[in-house]
Design a protein around this ligand. Sequence first.
Ligand SMILES: *Cc1c(COP(=O)(O)O)cnc(C)c1O
Length: 360
Amino acid sequence: MSSPKLFNPGPVDVSPETFAAMSHTMIGHRGKDFEELYASLQPGLKEIFGTERPVFLSTSSAWGVMEGALRNLVKEKVLCLCCGAFSDKWLDVAKKCGYEAEAIQVEWGEAIDPEEVRKKLSEGGFDTVTLIHSETSTGVLNDLAGVAKVVKSFPDTMLIVDTVSSLSTVDVDMDANGVDVMLAGVQKALALPPGLALFAVSEAAMERSKTIPNRGYYFDFLEFAKNDAANNTPTTPCISLLFGLQFMLGQIAKEGFSARKARHARTNAMIADWAEKHGFQNFAPEGYRSLALSCFATPEDFDQATFIKELKSRYNFLINGGYGKIKGKTFRISNMGNETEDSMQELIDAMDIILEEMKG
Ligand SMILES: *Cc1c(COP(=O)(O)O)cnc(C)c1O
């Protein structure tokens, strides 16, 4: 049987047209062809980031930039806003980098409360804050504008935001929100193969970076900025993926960013309606739900493993049985990337048939 269709929240399905674009003949990265490729990506990236700042291209997974941003910005002490597997791990990463790090830890499935951030920052000593916008492990979409407003009210405190599973599905508005580093990987909402991360850095964060002595080389913001001025990257980039990204940004332009966001809202609502019909409770609170994926609590009497197995073996559809400490206690369905009402309906029809049979 061929590989399953992925409704797993990342990596998601990559279209044949994207793969075709990626099979462009190879070009050298220190030449005019590459500079043109690099420059061609900027307008589309700036639109989805909501920024006038250049968007840097990192040949790494998102974690590279998540760690790199800490290494460029943290002076002494970082506050990590933790509400799920990815945000919790960011705290570990900060500690592994040798920083003093503290957390605001909420229960998985809850969102970060900006007022708690205000209280914690008021204790003093924090120079950097990390936030995950769409916590992919729980389906929670945090109040980015609310948290950013609080962080901005503390002078010289940098805000790093991960938009791995929200970028291009909803507005992230980097500049309007005053975010200092906004980053994403491409294998989730942008429906590309993994291996490329995107990030933009505020002017204030560039200035901070200049004052940080041991920020390393591979993710050095100053190296990225210097090369960006010549439409280039510090080291040899994943050129094939950049051709894929060029194609994908073209698709986004063709569809229209507003239409793309509206499509995600509609396909996400289809899954929410399906879940409500079957009595599955959303794991994320109302008003704080990602539009890129959905996470549901597994009912006590529900044989989730069989449900997922049957979906895969009979329909070749892959959904996810929970991540980290809520594995088996939740399940997740992605509507990220290229999914349409038609493709989500096929999944819903298959899930309905299996649920009906499981009732016996
Ligand atoms: C998947 C994911 C990551 C990690 O991405 P990698 O590509 O594995 O580094 C980080 N943050 C969020 C929110 C994610 O969903």
